[in-house]
Every structure is written in structure tokens, then in C-alpha cells.
Design a protein around this ligand. Structure first.
Ligand code: GUN
Ligand code: ZN
Length: 435
């Protein structure tokens, strides 16, 4: 067992976006019956100290312990695509993304980028991620191997893309499905790893490939599904041309059996209420990717619409359409997107809600509520130690915060990787400090 003393940010009701701060708290972690490091106790230091007097305690004065962040959608082979300007999604894919992803056929390149990618997630305080690899199965192996080495909770999959893509990234229908099943068997449920069936998006997958993906999703119900939907108007028009009979872009995924709990769709911008109702009724969730949507000029996620109809969503960096690995940058961009909607609906996103979207809410969207994204007893012991004095400006602003919302807002607006002093990952044999 090990204990940590600091201010502790948590979500007292795991299903609600309301945060609380234990000003002088104690977080006790230790193994559960299966040997996983989980939170054993959380509360005021004054109340818990005597009960855990014999437990080695690390004290972080002036620091905030908070749940590790959950990134609901990003691309491992797009580390070197960040900041590539394009008129919109489709030319960006063709001119920057596919050429970079071709490089992941080489094991050496995949392994080298995987090391960087996982380290960058941890440096930024991300302790659970749902990621696309490239279309090469070797890239999935390299990514999972690196995550396993760090005991990171990573869900990932080989991209399926058998049409409308150049040589070097385009795969072959039957082989791509065989490869997917082999990867599920090799990696899903191993240590903290999970597999996601990963059709890139409707235009890049033949009907046979989408059908095969849906069959695998039915055969392996606890495997995740990840894809993109309704991100960009040209993309939506393209899908309309490919499936003129379909009610909407989203309904194509439903037609192929790709909508169910544990299915995460990135973007979900150009939706109507029937699409929103389909998300809700199937239990699928949205990965809201605001830095990507602003950078590529894709549009604005409609928070009021999502809440009115009621489907799950959480935040995502969408690196490399997204511009940063930092959850603080993503939360700030989400705030801007919420403001855009506010002019129409009066809805604005509170700091607690933004933070929830990148922790407990994102975990809930993955079907991992109460497992990650919070630090209540029973949760896996993944957390960050934040230093609100990390920069001079943040120190000034944070020290004048007179409420929890003001404190959280100061970190969302002024924070980046410098704010993350330590990232602690649940270990099989004792929580390990990784930064
Ligand atoms: N749609 C299909 N592929 C991609 C991708 O790699 N990034 C984004 N943002 N959208 C996509
Ligand atoms: Zn994406």
C-alpha cells in the first residue's frame, strides 16, 4: 500500500459532472483481489491519517492530485502530421496524412514513434487512450507492446481502409478482417490493453469490409469499435453519393452492425436529431475533438443538441488533425466551441463539466465508468499530480481563485504539460511514478 497527501480533485458521484476538492486529502492505493493497484481510500488527511499511519506516505504540498485524463480519440501514426494546414479534411488526408501513415509499414519506424507517442501521452497526464494505429498490423503490435511496457490503459486497432486510398495504406478486404481477428486474439484483454475494430470512415471501406467489421463486432461484444462520422460537409456529401438510400451518414454504420455500447464515433458534428436519437438508442458515444474541428474548419459539436437528446460524449485530442496532446488545450478549445453554441442556446460549459468530459465522462463513454477517470475507492490508481504554481502567470491567477470553478478555469485556460508534475500509473506490483 502507498498513500499520497495533497489536495484531491474527484467526482463524488461517478455518473455526474460535478467535481469536489478535498483541500488536504489522503489518497491510499493498494492491490485488489486480482493484484491491480486500485484506490483503497480517499478522504480528509485529518480523518484518515491515523488509520493508515503505517503506510508510506508521499506529501505533495501545494499540489493537486486529479484523475488521469482519458483521450477518447487520437491517431498514433499522426504524430508528425500535427500542424499540417489544408483547406479541409479530404485534402488534408490525401496530402499529409496518408503519406505519413505509409511509413508505418516499417517496424522500426512504428516502434520509434510508439515510444515517443506513449511518453507524450504520459507527459501530458493522459492515462487512458483510444487510438487508431495505421492499416499495417505491425503498427498495432508496436503500439500495444509499448503501452504494455508502461502498463498504460490503451485501446487501439488496425485501421480498415480497402478503397479510396493510395497504395501503401490501402488494405485488402479479406486479409484486413483476418488481421483484425488475429489482433483481437493477441491483444484484447491482455494486461490493461483492449482492442477496437477500426473502420476508418465510410468512404474508405467497401460494403464487404464494413459488413465483416460488423460481424466481428457481434462475435466479440466486449471489443470496442471506433470510427469517424459527420465531420466535414464534403465528407457527408461523399457518403450521400455512396449510399443514396441511407437516411444519414450515421445510419450506414447502423446498417452494418457497427453501433452499440463501446462504439466511439469521432466528431458527430453534422447531425440531426434522428442521428442523435440513434446514438442514444444504440449506446454509442461521441469523441468530441475541438482542436481538430477548429484547425480543419470542420464545424462545431452541438453540445445543446447532444444534451437535449441525451447521448454520451467525451473529449479527444484527435492528434494529428488536433493540434495538441494537452488535455488543457483540448478543454479550452471545447469551451470555445461551447461558446459558439451558446449564442443560439444559452448553454455554456462549466469548468467542472469540461474536466469531467476529459476524465469521468470519457470513461463512461468507453464503458469504463468507475474503473478509470476518477479516484474514488475501487478505481484503478491512475492519477496526475498538478502544480498550479508551474508558471508565473498561472501561479498569480490560481492563487486568487475564490472557488473551485475559478481554480479549474485558471488551469484550463493557462495550463499545458508544465502543469503536470507527475503521472502515476496503476501497476501490478505497486503504483509507479513515471514523470
Ligand atoms: N476521417 C477519416 N480519417 C480521418 C483522420 O485520420 N482524421 C480525421 N480527423 N478525420 C478522418
Ligand atoms: Zn480522427
Amino acid at each position: 500500500m502507498k498513500a499520497y497527501r495533497a489536495s484531491i480533485l474527484h467526482f463524488p458521484d461517478p455518473a455526474l459532472p460535478r467535481a469536489a476538492l478535498e483541500a488536504d486529502g489522503l489518497l491510499v492505493v493498494g492491490p485488489d483481489a486480482r493484484g491491480r493497484q486500485v484506490v483503497q481510500a480517499l478522504g480528509p488527511y485529518a480523518e484518515l491519517a491515523s488509520r493508515f499511519a503505517g503506510v508510506p506516505t508521499e506529501h505533495f504540498p501545494g499540489r493537486i492530485i486529479a484523475p488521469g485524463f482519458v483521450d477518447l480519440h487520437l491517431h498514433f501514426p499522426q504524430v508528425d502530421v500535427i500542424g499540417s494546414p489544408a483547406e479541409g479534411l479530404l485534402p488534408w488526408l490525401e496530402n499529409y496524412t496518408f503519406p505519413q501513415e505509409k511509413r508505418f509499414s516499417a517496424h522500426g519506424h512504428s516502434a520509434q514513434v510508439a515510444t515517443f507517442f506513449i511518453a507524450e501521452l504520459l507527459r501530458n497526464g493522459v492515462t487512458t487512450a483510444l487510438a487508431f494505429a495505421s492499416s499495417h498490423p505491425e503498427s498495432v503490435d508496436a503500439l500495444f507492446a509499448e503501452a504494455q511496457k508502461n502498463n498504460l490503459r490503451l485501446i487501439a486497432g488496425k485501421v480498415l481502409m480497402d478503397q479510396h486510398a493510395p497504395d501503401g495504406v490501402r488494405d485488402e478486404t479479406q486479409q484486413s478482417l483476418l488481421d483484425t481477428e488475429a489482433l483481437i486474439r493477441r491483444w484484447h484483454g491482455v494486461d490493461r490493453l483492449g482492442y477496437a475494430i477500426t473502420p476508418r470512415f465510410v468512404p474508405s471501406c467497401s460494403a464487404a469490409q464494413l459488413r465483416g467489421a460488423g460481424e466481428l463486432a457481434a462475435k466479440y461484444p466486449d471489443v470496442w469499435i471506433q470510427s469517424h462520422v459527420a465531420e466535414n460537409k464534403d465528407e457527408v456529401a461523399w457518403v450521400k453519393g455512396l449510399y443514396p438510400e441511407a437516411r444519414s451518414y450515421l445510419s450506414v454504420y447502423e446498417q452494418f452492425g457497427l453501433m452499440r455500447p463501446r462504439a466511439i464515433y469521432a466528431h458527430c458534428i453534422h447531425f440531426d436529431d434522428e442521428d442523435r436519437a440513434l446514438m442514444r438508442s444504440t449506446g454509442a458515444a461521441a469523441a468530441v475533438s475541438p482542436t481538430s474541428n477548429l484547425f480543419l474548419g470542420s464545424g462545431f459539436f452541438d453540445y445543446a443538441g447532444a444534451d437535449r437528446v441525451g447521448f454520451d460524449y467525451g473529449l479527444a485530442s484527435d492528434v494529428g488533425g488536433g493540434t495538441s496532446f494537452s488535455p488543457f488545450h483540448t478543454m479550452l478549445a471545447a469551451y470555445y466551441v461551447g461558446r459558439e453554441g451558446q449564442t443560439k442556446t444559452g448553454v455554456s460549459l462549466s469548468p467542472q463539466h469540461l474536466w469531467w468530459q476529459h476524465t469521468g465522462g470519457a470513461a463512461q463513454a468507453l464503458g469504463l465508468g468507475g474503473v478509470v477517470g476518477n479516484v474514488l475507492p475501487g478505481c484503478e490508481a491512475d492519477f496526475v499530480v498538478l502544480n498550479p504554481q508551474a508558471t508565473a502567470l498561472l501561479a498569480r491567477r490560481a492563487s486568487q481563485a475564490s472557488s473551485l470553478d475559478e481554480l479549474l478555469f485558471s488551469m484550463i485556460v493557462l495550463g499545458d504539460d508544465r502543469l503536470v508534475e507527475k503521472t502515476v500509473i496503476s501497476q501490478a506490483g505497486g503504483a509507479g511514478l513515471l514523470k
